[in-house]
Design a protein around this ligand. Structure first.
Ligand code: SPQ
Length: 430
């Protein structure tokens, strides 16, 4: 249990947030299936990405790590070897789903297991489309882990996705790379495109057109690269929101990834009236920049389905922003939140109500009545084992007038092990 203190003097300073989680996972994966060495700088040392690293080691990969520098000795798809035991995906949906696509085309069988949260998350969304490519994945009758991936030669396909999910898309791209001809994947809505961008860097022939169509030429010669992982906008978002809602704050987040498929939170902050400025930085890879925010008065907002993928992981924070705005906000089209580490509609509503915020739960979102001050009803906040809910609560607690407590702070190690240290530094308490 952790004590959460208010930030009575605001938040100040400059911070380099940890490396992007999605990009760190993909850098290990692409490094392992490429030929030659891949050097990864600013790798995210969170538990999820370490699950990916460990899985590839158990598949015969040689990976060296010194702090946040990681060297992957790639041996190509064909260099992957059967693991001696089930691979433990921990809490990581990204590792699980992307691995299914990579392992579908091997000539061996692999079993994937995970923690209690991951065991509840839907996996048919990957196994079913993989069947279209000739893949075979056995799941429990509920469509959950453990998953047994029976490797097969794969064939090409044209597939229209039925969920807006970068994880499903990426699994299918990995399958398509091992198929017997060119494949096309058509997204329901545009989602984060780190797999596509990084594959191009490693030498794959992968074309993206009209935002939603991806064509994959199989069996490229992938060559190891140097990957500079930018700061994670999903981690920076906690401080962007804190800097906006806590009076007397001004802070700068450095080297943050500004890939437009991820920057929905910046659009939301601007639409709500946040004082936010961006200094774009020169880069050879994905766009990045320094973001400065100052305390601001906020207007309410309406968010609908098309915007959701670009801020899916930031929606708990959007709800918190709405709770501080002058009026009623509405989030709809966000039913995907129900299948994250927790049902994030339910857990956000439950935690905001403890803080005295009026929130109505909808099937696919919520309606939030913004209030300038909250009357805390229950000072014992909980992460529910979900890193993003734990961090949302820690940011909310900065605004409370009294000390609160957080149960389950360890969940935060999944994506941001130094979160509280960084928070205390910005609050001037370190
Ligand atoms: O890896 P995991 O557990 O699924 O992580 C989450 C998160 O909050 O960190 C989701 F709970 O991020 C996903 C994200 O929601 C990471 C991701 C990716 O790297 O491809 C894509 C999104 O999931 P999805 O299902 O929309 O593709």
């Amino acid at each position: 249990m952790r004590t959460l203190l208010p930030a009575k003097n605001g938040l100040h300073g400059t911070l380099m947030v940890p490396g992007d989680k999605s990009i760190s996972h993909r850098a290990i994966m692409l490094g392992a299936i490429s030929h030659g060495d891949t050097m990864i700088h600013h790798f995210l040392n969170g538990e999820d990405c370490l699950s990916t690293m460990q899985a590839f080691r158990e598949l015969g990969g040689v990976i060296e790590q010194v702090d946040d520098d990681v060297l992957v000795h790639g041996q190509g798809f064909k260099g992957l070897k059967q693991a001696r035991r089930p691979l433990n995906m921990g809490n990581s949906g990204t590792t699980t789903r992307l691995m299914m696509g990579i392992l579908a085309g091997t000539n061996f069988t692999t079993t994937l297991i995970g923690d209690s949260s991951l065991q509840r998350r839907p996996m048919k969304r990957v196994s079913q489309p993989l069947e279209v490519f000739g893949g075979e994945v056995e799941l429990t009758p509920n469509g959950t882990l453990p998953a047994k991936i029976i490797g097969h030669p794969l064939h090409h396909a044209e597939y229209h996705m039925t969920v807006a999910s970068a994880q499903v898309k990426s699994a299918l791209i990995f399958a398509a790379l091992q198929a017997d001809g060119k494949s096309t994947i058509i997204e329901k809505l545009p989602t984060r495109n780190h797999t596509e961008i990084m594959l191009q860097q490693f030498g794959a022939e992968i074309m993206m057109s009209n935002d939603r169509t991806i064509s994959v030429t199989p069996h490229p010669h992938l060559t190891g690269q140097v990957v500079e992982v930018p700061g994670d906008i999903s981690s920076a978002a906690f401080f962007l929101v804190a800097g906006t809602i806590i009076p007397n704050s001004k802070l700068t987040l450095q080297h943050v990834n500004l890939n437009p498929t991820r920057t929905g939170i910046i659009q939301v902050l601007r639409k709500m009236g946040a004082d936010l400025s961006i200094e774009e930085l020169p880069t050879k890879g994905e766009p990045l920049g320094n973001i400065t925010v100052k305390s601001s008065e906020l207007r309410p907002i309406n968010i609908g389905p098309t915007m959701i993928p670009s801020l899916i992981d930031e929606l708990p924070l959007v709800a918190l922003l709405a709770a501080c705005a002058s009026g009623q906000s509405k989030i709809t089209g966000a039913e995907e939140l129900r299948v994250k580490e927790t049902d994030r509609i339910k857990t956000v509503v439950e935690e905001l109500r403890k803080l005295g915020v009026h929130v109505k739960e909808l099937r696919d979102g919520m309606i939030i009545d913004g209030q300038p001050t909250w009357q805390v009803r229950n000072s014992q906040l909980a992460s529910h084992g979900d890193h993003r809910i734990g961090m949302m609560n820690a940011v909310a607690a900065l605004k409370a007038s009294n000390e609160l407590t957080l149960i389950g702070e360890e969940a935060i190690n999944v994506s941001y092990p130094d979160f509280f240290n960084d928070l205390e530094t910005l609050a001037g308490r370190n």
